[in-house]
Write a protein that binds this ligand. Structure first.
Ligand SMILES: Nc1ncnc2c1ncn2[C@@H]1O[C@H](COP(=O)(O)OP(=O)(O)OP(=O)(O)O)[C@@H](O)[C@H]1O
Ligand SMILES: [Mg+2]
Length: 214
């Protein structure tokens, strides 16, 4: 596989979507159609993965079993890989995804207490071990991220956002465990800074991986 696969990870409200949007704006003129922007659950050009997204994030389905949730995320991820990520990487493109497998390990493994190992195993089955070249980890205390969401995004609160703080603390702890386990893949950015500084640090971290000099 020849392309580059970059993922953005971090707790709710860390700024993944905001930072990714700014990075993509800067990358687009440099990479043109070599750049593919996508997100999970669901994903660009993946009808099946998007249909699973609608189920897994539906706030009207509170009875969903935690293992069902983990399997649906993994199934959606599988389809997104097949439809979007793998063809782009085979064509030597740069794929940037808002969340990927680390999110499942953090939210279902840590947050929902299914265990990091079990959720890693489900995802190994789904992804055949396809892992990102690099992962931008937006590091933030969960209460700071949740505060941002409460202040700015009242309209978009989904099923996972409404979980209580202890859940989000377990998510963050699991992310930190992954960052320790994979120090070369995880590029840790201080996401409690002003957005402009978070964007600058992210750009600086990504440049060598993308072979860009500016
Ligand atoms: N560095 C920052 N300082 C202050 N506010 C920020 C910062 N980064 C993002 N925000 C604001 O915080 C809110 C959450 O940001 P954003 O949606 O990008 O986070 P996210 O990590 O994508 O969250 P989610 O996991 O819920 O998708 C937005 O309203 C955004 O404008
Ligand atoms: Mg987001």
């Amino acid at each position: 596989m020849s392309g580059t696969f970059i993922t953005f990870e971090g707790p709710d409200g860390a700024g993944k979507t905001s930072v990714l949007r700014a990075i993509v704006e800067r990358l687009a003129p440099l990479l043109g159609d070599k750049l593919v922007l996508t997100r999970e659950p669901g994903g660009k050009d993946s009808q099946v993965a998007e249909a699973i997204r609608d189920v897994v994030l539906d706030p009207n389905l509170p009875s969903m079993d935690a293992w069902t949730e983990a399997l649906l995320y993994a199934a959606s991820r599988r389809q997104h890989l097949v439809d979007t990520v793998l063809p782009a990487l085979a064509a030597d493109k740069v794929v940037v995804s808002d969340r990927y497998v680390d999110s499942s390990i953090a939210y279902q493994g840590g947050g929902r207490r299914l265990g990091i190992e079990a959720v890693t195993e489900i995802n190994q089955f789904a992804t055949k071990g396809i892992m990102p070249t690099a992962t931008i980890y937006l590091d933030i205390r969960p209460e700071v991220g949740l505060q941002r969401i409460q202040e700015n995004r009242q309209d978009e609160i989904n099923r996972l956002d409404v979980e209580k703080l202890s859940f989000h603390q377990r998510v963050t702890d699991a992310y930190h465990q992954l960052a320790t386990q994979y120090p070369e893949r995880f590029l840790i950015i201080n996401a409690e800074q002003d957005l402009a500084d978070v964007i600058t640090d992210t750009w600086t971290a990504l440049m060598p991986i993308l072979g860009i000099h500016d």
